[in-house]
Design a protein around this ligand. Structure first.
Ligand code: ATP
Ligand code: MG
Length: 814
């Protein structure tokens, strides 16, 4: 498990006993089943204790960052089981990530023993998947449905747009999907949306939504947003299903409530709100609900999160009780004062009096870098100093606004030999070979999953080309059967060449053999290894002399290892308790594994500490939510970077960015560093961004500026820093005029630098490692053409290999 520093601290004192075995040795009444009430409440202040002990009415715990909300929620679960004798199976706790869920479960188990395993502690998505696996047949899906991720969705939407003959320049899969997602988060299905379409464009969008949904259904697949929406619709359409879960879940607890969207809110409502329309004898007493959150940390509006859910809790649940936590146990007073000062600039919020008795601690360290490379060097040097002073690298986190900003830190860390881990960069599960392997597994579990099936039909190459696919497709459409069924009847496909037929038969035989293994309940890792082997996928990669394929083989090895670990994990499968509604689900192993993989989130990748020293963690601010680190570097504090350029002219968006800053600052326990770069390359050209307005909002005396704009030298207009009073000294209080002056000068410098930009073509060979300003680290796969016209094919790990004209591509050889 991870160290306390790196993870959510869920607040249980380990001295309470490491496991059930230890407690059984205790004399007297302790031999009952668990800790005493005093132990369960130890290390909690009065309002925290009140929240743990509260019984009855819906409970809202609102409090600023680091005030122990998550700790209270965890303790409350233990309290419910231990003191209130709640059946663990009657508890549903929702966390923001799978990792947080696993840790919470573990902590509760440390306290109350193995029976805690029957609780449902999971993300909204995982909880919905569990419910749907059990109930979705009522909506005409099979319980083996696939879960489509962003890439699958994009493939499918691209096909839909093509099928509808929509102009691909006007209708791109990304924006259409975003639009669909918004509607799903609002629980609006394609029929609602079509009925409301006001003009031609909206009608086309609605048509795309509708066909997309039909194709998903045909593939027996749900996308991410469907998981929640479908569960809510199911409960609305089938009162008996709703009643089953209302009876089952007597306690519902939700962490990070400020980031719930409408669909998630509706789900909670289905489970916990009183239902005046139901007759007295059918009425199920609503579950006890506890939600915890902080409106100032709501940072997912772009995914439909609705800050009103927390602000309106007392209206939504009229008899609700609220508890306020005001003491922060995470950070020094300096860090807290800084956070409070920044968030204080948002309007219409409830002011909170968050305080800490940890003392003032160190001042915040500020640094103005010449450019992003200089900024990364500064961070690296400071980490060196910290580790020289005996601090652990694992205690350090570097935050930035967008994923692409990680690249330069990676380069510098690689050069200095500083071990690090990027959380949520190029994701393992998005790599081509990993997706190929998973597509095999997915179609074994769900043969209707045509996106997966088509993906692997000719991977590795087995002579089933586009023409053959078209013939089979025609058969499928004519006979109204699925693509897989059509493959099995390929001899009926019109115009199919004999060779193709033979090849298809070979493929069908392979799949059926593997399906038989799955049906027999074979372990996920065994099925996977067999599939890799018998399909020839592994052999093809092993035989290749493309250096990138070597990494691919390693990645597949890693995937098998993940599957093995999963199959060995006693907690992974469904529980065997007869009281559990899942008990009659056969444990298919492979389906569980795929589900786990499909629901992996960025922050689930946070490294566990293996050697005691740990590694520096790099992540975006969004991913940092809920976590804490002794040392935090908040980087890229520039207007246009953070706050994001999109937000500059929009007060609502700017306030969301400010909440993100508040989240970032409050992750730090002891030391906070803030930095910005005067020049930062953006799409291959230098951009000069003014200081982030959030810097102006920090009280001047809290920050120890190690280097300021006046001291920096390398950018083209030295006169500016001197002539503008706004940028001299250490105070960083640029006036609006100063800011305008600065931006105009920056734009001029920018244009000049673009025109003189006369790069030579880097000389590359296949196998060379390069970095690209937008795509990050990559490996050169092939080169074509010469001189100015040289085109390099480069694999950036995710997505297809890119072909780039070297003369203009913002690439550097490593
Ligand atoms: P966030 O808003 O960032 O999610 P939170 O309110 O959930 O924060 P926790 O993560 O639960 O806060 O707690 C923050 C830190 O304070 C943790 O290290 C936790 O162990 C510690 N803590 C919480 N309550 C107490 C307490 N009463 N005494 C000592 N330490 C505490
Ligand atoms: Mg928390």
């Amino acid at each position: 498990m991870s160290t306390p520093d790196l993870s959510l601290d869920l607040g249980l004192d380990l001295s309470l006993g490491a496991g059930a075995g230890q407690r059984e040795d205790r004399p007297g009444p302790a031999a009952r089943t668990g800790p005493s009430p005093e132990e369960l409440l130890a290390g909690l202040n009065d309002p925290q204790q009140a929240a743990v002990r509260h019984a009855g009415a819906p409970l809202l715990v609102v409090a600023g960052a680091g005030s122990g909300k998550t700790r209270v929620l965890t303790r409350r679960i233990a309290w419910l089981i231990s003191e209130r004798k709640a059946h663990p199976g009657s508890i549903l706790a929702i966390t923001f990530t799978n990792k947080a869920a696993a840790e919470m479960k573990e902590r509760v188990e440390e306290l109350v023993g193995r029976r805690a395993r029957l609780m449902w502690v999971s993300t909204f998505h995982s909880a919905c998947v569990r419910i749907l696996r059990k109930e979705i047949d009522k909506l005409g899906y099979k319980s083996s449905f696939s879960i489509y991720d962003a890439q699958d969705q994009k493939r499918l939407m691209t096909l839909v747009i093509k099928d509808l003959d929509l102009d691909p320049r006007k209708f791109q899969p990304g924006p259409v999907l975003h639009w669909v997602s918004n509607h799903k988060n609002e629980l609006r299905d394609h029929e609602d949306v079509a009925a409301d379409a006001k003009n031609g464009v909206e009608q086309s969008y609605a048509a795309a939504y509708s066909l997309y949904q039909r194709r998903l259904h045909e593939a027996n697949a749900l996308d991410f947003d469907d998981l929640i929406m479908t569960t809510v619709h199911l409960m609305q359409a089938f009162p008996e299903v709703r009643e089953t879960y209302r009876r089952r879940f007597r306690h519902v607890l939700v962490d990070e409530y400020q980031d719930t969207n409408h669909a998630q809110y509706a789900l909670i409502h289905q489970l916990c709100a009183d239902d005046p329309e139901v007759s007295e004898e059918q009425r199920v007493e609503p579950a006890e609900l506890m939600v915890v959150g902080d409106a100032d940390q709501s940072i997912y509006a772009f995914r439909g999160a609705n800050i009103r859910n927390i602000l309106d809790f007392e209206q939504d649940f009229p008899d609700a009780t609220s508890i306020l936590l005001e003491q922060n146990y995470r950070s020094t007073q300096t860090i807290l004062t800084a956070a409070n000062a920044v968030i204080g600039h948002n309007q219409g919020r409830k002011d909170k009096r968050l305080w800490s008795d940890a003392g003032d601690g160190a001042r915040i360290v500020g640094y103005v870098a010449d450019d992003e490379r200089d900024e990364a060097r500064f961070v690296s040097d400071e980490i060196d100093k910290l580790t020289d002073d005996g601090h652990r690298a694992g205690d350090v986190a570097v935050f930035y606004r967008t994923n692409a900003q990680s690249r330069v830190f990676e380069e510098v860390f690689i050069r200095t030999g500083q071990p690090y881990k990027v959380v949520g960069g190029v994701r393992f599960y998005e790599r081509r070979e990993v997706r190929d392997a998973l597509a095999y597994l997915r179609m074994l579990v769900n043969a209707d999953d045509s996106v997966s099936l088509r993906r692997i039909l000719n991977v590795p190459k087995r002579g089933i080309g586009d023409r053959a696919v078209a013939c089979v497709n025609e058969l499928a459409e004519r006979e109204r059967i699925t693509f897989w069924e059509a493959l099995r009847r390929a001899e009926d496909a019109p115009g199919l060449a004999t060779r193709s037929l033979t090849n298809i038969r070979g493929f069908v035989a392979l799949v059926e053999e593997l399906q038989a293994m799955v049906a027999a309940g074979e372990r996920a890792d065994v099925v996977l290894s067999t599939a890799l082997d018998k399909s020839g996928l592994l052999a093809e990669l092993e035989a290749s002399d493309d250096p990138q394929d070597e990494t691919r083989v390693e990645n597949l090895g890693e995937l098998v290892a993940v599957a093995r670990e999963f199959s060995d994990d006693p907690l992974a499968g469904p529980s065997a308790d007869p009281a559990d509604v899942d008990a009659d689900l056969v444990a298919p192993g492979l389906a569980d594994f795929l589900e786990r993989v499909a629901l992996v989130a960025d922050s689930d990748q946070i490294p566990d500490d293996d050697d005691g020293q740990g590694v520096v963690t790099l992540m975006t601010l969004h991913t940092a939510k809920g976590l804490e680190f002794p040392t935090v570097f908040l980087t890229g504090l520039e207007d246009g970077v953070f706050p994001h350029s999109r937000a500059l002219g929009d007060r609502t968006e700017l306030e969301e960015e400010r909440r993100l800053a508040y989240v970032g600052i409050t992750r730090a326990r002891e030391r906070l560093y803030i930095s910005r770069a005067v020049v930062r390359s953006s799409w291959g050209a230098p951009a000069h961004n003014p200081a982030s307005r959030f810097l102006d909002e920090l009280p001047v005396d809290l920050v120890d500026w190690r280097r300021t704009e006046a001291a920096q030298t390398s950018w083209g207009r030295p006169d500016l820093a001197a002539s503008s009073p706004a940028y001299s000294g250490t105070g960083f209080q640029p006036t609006a005029a100063g800011r305008r002056h600065f931006s105009a000068a920056a734009a001029r410098a920018d244009a000049a630098s673009k025109s003189i930009r006369n790069r030579s073509v880097p000389s590359l060979e296949p196998g060379d490692r390069v970095t690209h300003d937008s795509f990050g680290l990559g490996t050169v796969v092939a080169l074509e053409g010469q001189g100015d016209k040289t085109i390099a094919s480069i694999d950036f790990g995710s997505g297809p290999v890119k072909r780039l004209l070297l003369r203009v591509a913002p690439i550097e050889k490593l």
